[in-house]
Design a protein around this ligand. Structure first.
Ligand code: KIV
Length: 311
């Protein structure tokens, strides 16, 4: 038996960082790839402990963490800081930093500069950018600079206004073909994987068959090579309206409120803190501290009598 047996929770086992080429191998073997978003060190550590393969430091943070209405206003600094936090917690999973709106569209140079920042200062293993079209050239430039790129087609929240809102995409034969063409162009540009968001399963299946790189679906049915969900959605932290493709695996928001209510009740009743939650001090030190030898402020009845002898 090997010294390093594959734990059952991993489809693919390595002692350190999951190597990027392993994702293509997983597609070839038919092993599903598991991806989740994370935005800080504890969530990175927990996703790693659960055997998740890919972590996305998504700009969905703008909505689920920072309470915005959309992802558009998310800044590069926000993604950079969150990537630093996540990579401190997650060791095995490949950590992908989402390039926020405005950080890559303008030119190849800007796209490469910002992708380099996310890798160099953020510690990201790879970056993700949205859409086909001009993003294909940006993806190619970033890959050319030596940084792995994940594509993202279908519902692309950064440009939801152009798409008519947060709506499923590729629902006509023509739009479905366009979506697959975009995915193929991103693959040709060197992307190592493509996210398919909110597209009918038939379209996701066709894209998955047409591409040699793995597809990661979100609201794209069961036939993609992997799945991604947003941390706050799947764990029940997000209060807003969740898309229909979200499955809640826990109701941690409710658990948090319940715990905080108990805490508030115990603080108010004096039940918390107990002796075991406090720090002791040596008895003689406490006696000296509480005794008359310790200087303490005079209380009103003592003022003017401070030189009287105490018996
Ligand atoms: O930002 C994000 O969380 C994403 C996923 C929904 C794929 O882009």
């Amino acid at each position: 038996m090997s010294d390093n047996p594959k734990p059952t929770r991993y489809a693919s086992w390595t002692t350190g960082k999951l190597p990027l080429p392993e994702l293509a191998e997983m597609k070839r073997r038919g092993d599903k790839i598991v991806m989740v978003t994370a935005y800080d060190a504890p969530s990175g550590r927990l996703a790693d402990a659960a055997g998740v393969d890919l972590i996305l430091v998504g700009d969905s943070s703008g909505m689920v963490v920072h309470g915005r209405e959309s992802t558009v206003a998310v800044s590069l600094d926000e993604i950079l800081f969150m990537t630093q936090w996540v990579t401190r917690g997650a060791k095995r999973p490949i950590v992908i930093a989402d390039m926020p709106f405005g950080s890559y569209e303008e030119s190849d140079e800007l796209a490469v500069r910002n992708a380099v920042l996310l890798v160099k200062e953020g510690g990201a293993d790879a970056i993700k950018l949205e859409r086909g079209g001009t993003s294909v050239a940006r993806a190619q430039a970033i890959v050319g600079a030596g940084i792995p790129v994940m594509g993202h087609v279908g519902l692309t929240p950064q440009t939801a206004t152009v798409l008519g809102g947060f709506k499923a995409q590729g629902r006509t034969a023509e739009r479905a073909q366009q979506l697959i063409d975009d995915a193929l162009a991103l693959e040709a540009a060197g992307c190592f994987s493509i996210v398919l968001e909110a597209v009918p399963p038939a379209v996701a299946r066709a894209a998955t068959q047409a591409l040699t790189v793995p597809t990661i679906g979100i609201g794209a049915g069961a036939d993609t090579d992997g799945q991604v969900l947003v941390w706050h959605d799947m764990l029940g932290f997000y209060e807003g309206r969740s898309p229909r493709f979200v499955k809640r695996y826990a109701e941690l928001g409710e658990a948090v409120v319940e715990a905080l209510e108990r805490y508030a009740e115990e603080v108010r009743s004096g039940a918390f803190p107990e002796e075991k939650h406090t720090y002791g001090m040596p008895e003689e030190e406490q006696a000296a501290f509480e005794g008359d030898s310790v200087e303490r402020p005079l209380v009103p009845g003592e003022i003017g009598r401070e030189h009287e002898q105490h018996r």
